[in-house]
Design a protein around this ligand. Structure first.
Ligand code: SF4
Length: 154
């Protein structure tokens, strides 16, 4: 499991990660971490720090201006959608539509295909996104939209 997979896994299983002022990582609730997950966090500490730092920088930028989305290519979108439970036909159709729209200048993105904050069934950045609840159903997760909380996966 790479650092990005680990980050997504932790968020999907209800953990919150944040940078600390002394350059560390705070994982909450720490008491719920299994020993093997603690070891994985230690092993990927530098990469996790870099990912969290990149997220923080992107979020700061989004506060003053609408972030320019940088959608991934169709293959990457397709792989993510399949990973998150879309069947291959649905994933291919959605990835093709998103890329076709993007090629015509449409800068909208879809949570499941494009955003680092998407975890199966919920958004890990829902407050910034303007959602009152972290739950994100499959309809919303596949809906092209512009979102102030968006962070491109690539
Ligand atoms: S931050 Fe916005 S685009 Fe990203 S998963 Fe949440 S709702 Fe979707």
């Amino acid at each position: 499991m790479g650092a990005l997979d680990l980050l997504e896994y932790l968020r999907a299983t209800g953990f919150a990660l944040a940078l600390t002022t002394d350059g560390g990582i705070k994982v909450s609730p720490a008491s719920a971490l299994a020993e093997d997950v603690r070891q994985a966090i230690r092993a990927h500490r530098q990469s996790l720090l870099a990912l969290l730092d990149a997220e923080e920088e992107a979020t700061k930028g989004a506060q003053s201006e609408v972030q320019e989305p940088d959608p991934p290519g169709m293959a990457a979108r397709f792989e993510r959608l399949v990973m998150f439970g879309w069947d291959e036909a649905q994933a291919r159709a959605l990835a093709e539509r998103l890329n076709s729209d993007a090629s015509m200048g449409d800068d909208r993105v879809a949570c499941a295909a494009d955003c680092l904050h998407y975890c199966p069934g919920h958004c890990a950045n829902h407050r910034r996104a303007g959602l009152t609840d972290p739950a994100v159903g499959s309809d919303l997760a596949s809906l092209p939209q512009r979102c102030p909380g968006f962070l491109a996966v690539r």
